[in-house]
Design a protein around this ligand. Structure first.
Ligand SMILES: NC(=O)c1ccc[n+]([C@@H]2O[C@H](COP(=O)([O-])OP(=O)(O)OC[C@H]3O[C@@H](n4cnc5c(N)ncnc54)[C@H](O)[C@@H]3O)[C@@H](O)[C@H]2O)c1
Length: 283
């Protein structure tokens, strides 16, 4: 169902790799809500993934750019403004990658070159995108910028590794730049802290299946899906949220406010019974 929430708005969307990607769902919903969009991803991800199909569905173009490269971002913003015939209204940063996670390096045995890459790709790229957009005066007044994040920035969740540090930096950039861009152009900058979601990036996290199950059992509303996330992000691009800025907004079915739920407790009790039985059998 469409509410025409983004009628007349134009936006740039980073991070759609395939149809599981959160950015994919945001792109589809944004167009359904009346927006015009431009899609971007790295040249490799464009080749390996299916973003060109998404572009066809959305009637738009894909511009290759590595979000860690300022010259790439400058070309991307120029090309996007050329496509739209001027300024635009929103940006989605939906980018994350850790070589330490990919290569199975644990948090107490990090490769520091990999760590530098994690921070550059998953957090500093957000600063680069905003800085380039602002220098080129690419966004209309009252524009909106959103990045996706995860609660591992605030709480320790075993297995999330150096991505937790990247997310903490990402959220800080939203606050620091949110002040500057808000003061000057009323552009708002927020992060959305999403439930664990089955995507390519998500599946790289150690114990992702268990983590998703735990979060689902703990949250009163259950995990938020990628589709749910798209709906929430659209409200942040719309005029209904013009005074929301510099916030980290949880979109997680209530997980962030929970300690222990009845559903999770029941499973824990069952596990304990099995453990006691094992001990009894051994005596
Ligand atoms: N999946 C989850 O459980 C979950 C939960 C909370 C937050 N998030 C966040 O959501 C965002 C999107 O991830 P997703 O889960 O949709 O996975 P995904 O794998 O579909 O998307 C990650 C994207 O990052 C892109 N990317 C990587 N390096 C890049 C670079 N140098 N320049 C430009 N793009 C680059 C990839 O090509 C890919 O499209 C990420 O920030 C992720 O951390 C995911």
């Amino acid at each position: 169902m469409s509410y025409n929430l983004l009628k007349g708005k134009k936006g740039l969307i980073f991070g759609a790799l395939n149809e599981n990607s959160i950015a994919w769902k945001v792109a589809r919903r944004a167009v359904e809500e009346g927006a015009e969009i431009v899609l971007t991803n790295t040249a490799v991800s464009i080749r390996m993934g299916t973003i060109n199909q998404l572009a066809e569905q959305c009637g738009t173009i894909v511009v290759p750019a590595d979000a860690t490269s300022v010259p790439d971002l400058e070309r991307l913003i120029d090309r996007t403004m050329e496509h739209f015939g001027g300024k635009f209204d929103f940006i989605l940063h939906s980018i994350g990658m850790s070589l330490n996670v990919r290569k199975g390096r644990k948090y107490d045995d990090l490769d520091y070159d990999y760590l530098a890459k994690t921070l550059d790709i998953s957090a500093i790229s957000f600063h680069k995108v905003i800085q380039v957009a602002r220098k080129k005066d690419a966004l209309n007044d009252w524009g909106s910028i959103v990045a996706l994040t995860y609660i591992a920035a605030q709480r320790t969740l075993y297995g999330y590794n150096d991505m937790a540090d990247a997310k903490a930096l990402l959220e800080s950039i939203a606050r620091s730049f949110g002040y500057i861009y808000g003061r000057e152009k009323h552009v708002r900058i927020n992060t959305v802290s999403q439930s664990p979601t089955p995507t390519t990036a998500g599946s790289g996290v150690m114990g992702m299946g268990d983590l998703m199950d735990f979060a689902d059992r703990t949250s009163p509303l259950g995990n938020a899906t990628a589709d749910d996330c798209a709906g929430y992000v659209l409200t942040l691009f719309s005029d209904l949220t013009r005074k929301v800025t510099m916030q980290n907004l949880y979109h997680d079915g209530g997980f962030s406010s929970m300690g222990m739920s009845r559903r999770a407790m029941k499973l824990y009790e069952k596990g304990l019974e099995v453990e006691y039985q094992d001990i009894k059998n051994k005596i």
